[in-house]
Design a protein around this ligand. Structure first.
Ligand code: FAD
Length: 313
């Protein structure tokens, strides 16, 4: 009989050591500062900066970025495992330089930016000196199917003239620039129509309408509705080649999904641990909740679901 195929989910000693260092940092500097979070703004600027410097000194900055851009250079498995720990606290992703949408935008710029764009946008973004946003989704068409995007960028002389409507654009309030997905060739086949263009947030015609309401925290910079009204940027702000928007979007969103999902696994695991502690502490009808069979079933189901989600990611 042939050998059964078994996936090895064990964590290498190198990654175990990194996870232990991130865990120690979280216990020393992160959990105790969670109460200082300000909605839509994050931690007070000075405190955030101070903690980010500590993360950098500890060699734990930007698990998703290669070393030449100041990151840890630990590949996809490494960044997944690091983000699982980082996701245990809502304030940690920004402290470790792994917050969406900046992490994904930095990865995208590494893949597609030219030398000038790298210096102007990627260098300060990778260092955590500025924030950014990624503007693809539109209210009028399905976000799951971006072939229907309506925002246009037309060539006019030496500029792109951008008009359109976006929403759910995370981190837009306070972002230094947006990477905008816009149709540059309406006659091309659907997946070659759109391109990505860098739009500095202070460009006239870049208008933040509002932070769209979401369940729970709106995060730093909100999830915003934006209008582009005769917004003009130089032709040189094109990211990658014209018509490459879809290909680049996949390059950006793929790793981003791994990071997001592992952070949510970390959030779920911490919530699970809180639930277990509470069920041991809370007395009901003369015994802890943890003694009730139904509560035990719920806890077992949660443990199985979290583990399954973790292994699938
Ligand atoms: C908190 C938050 C932050 C976000 N941040 C950003 C951001 O920074 N930048 C950005 O550009 N966008 C962002 N988005 C938008 C996000 O990418 C879209 O919400 C997502 O792509 C889905 O698009 P939609 O909301 O238009 O839903 P729709 O595409 O209209 O889908 C509606 C429903 O139909 C289902 N559905 C769609 N197609 C199928 C199918 N083929 N089969 C079965 N079911 C289907 C979907 O699962 C969904 O339940 C964010 C969204 C949220 C909630």
């Amino acid at each position: 009989m042939g050998k059964a195929l078994v996936i090895d989910f064990s964590i290498s000693p190198e990654f175990e050591e990194i996870r232990a260092r991130i865990t120690a940092f979280m216990e020393a500097h992160v959990y105790n500062n969670e109460g200082k979070l300000i909605e839509h703004e994050g931690l007070p600027g000075e405190l955030e900066y101070e903690l980010q410097q500590k993360v950098k000194q500890a060699g734990l900055w930007a698990p998703n970025l290669p070393r030449e851009w100041g990151g840890m250079g630990i590949g996809y498995v490494g960044q997944a495992l690091a983000n699982e720990i980082i996701g245990r606290s809502i304030i940690a992703p920004r402290l470790f330089g792994s917050a969406a949408p900046d992490a994904g935008n930095a990865e995208l710029l590494i893949v597609a930016a030219n030398a000038e764009q790298m210096q102007k946008y990627l260098r300060p973004l990778a260092a955590g000196e500025i924030r950014s946003c990624f503007a693809m989704t539109e209210p009028e068409v399905s976000g799951s199917d971006p072939t229907g995007l309506r925002t246009t960028a037309e060539r006019e002389g030496k500029e792109w003239l951008i008009n359109g409507h976006k929403w759910f654009i995370s981190g837009a309030i306070g972002a230094a620039f947006a990477i905008v997905m816009a149709v540059t060739d309406t006659s091309a086949e659907p997946r070659r129509r759109a391109s990505m263009i860098i739009v500095p947030a202070d460009t006239p015609g870049f208008k933040i309408v509002r932070a769209v309401g979401v369940m729970g925290s709106g995060g730093v910079g909100g999830h915003c509705e934006i209008r582009f009204e005769n917004c003009r940027v130089p032709l040189g702000n094109l990211l990658g080649k014209e018509g490459e928007g879809f290909r680049l979007a996949q390059a950006r969103l793929g790793p981003g999904r791994i990071q997001h999902c592992m952070r949510w696994v970390g959030t779920a695991q911490r919530s699970f641990e809180m639930m277990c502690r509470y069920s041991l502490r809370r007395q009901s009808f003369g015994e802890p909740l943890a003694s009730k069979q139904t509560v035990q079933n719920w806890i077992a189901d949660s443990a199985a679901e979290i583990n399954a989600a973790r292994l699938m990611t």
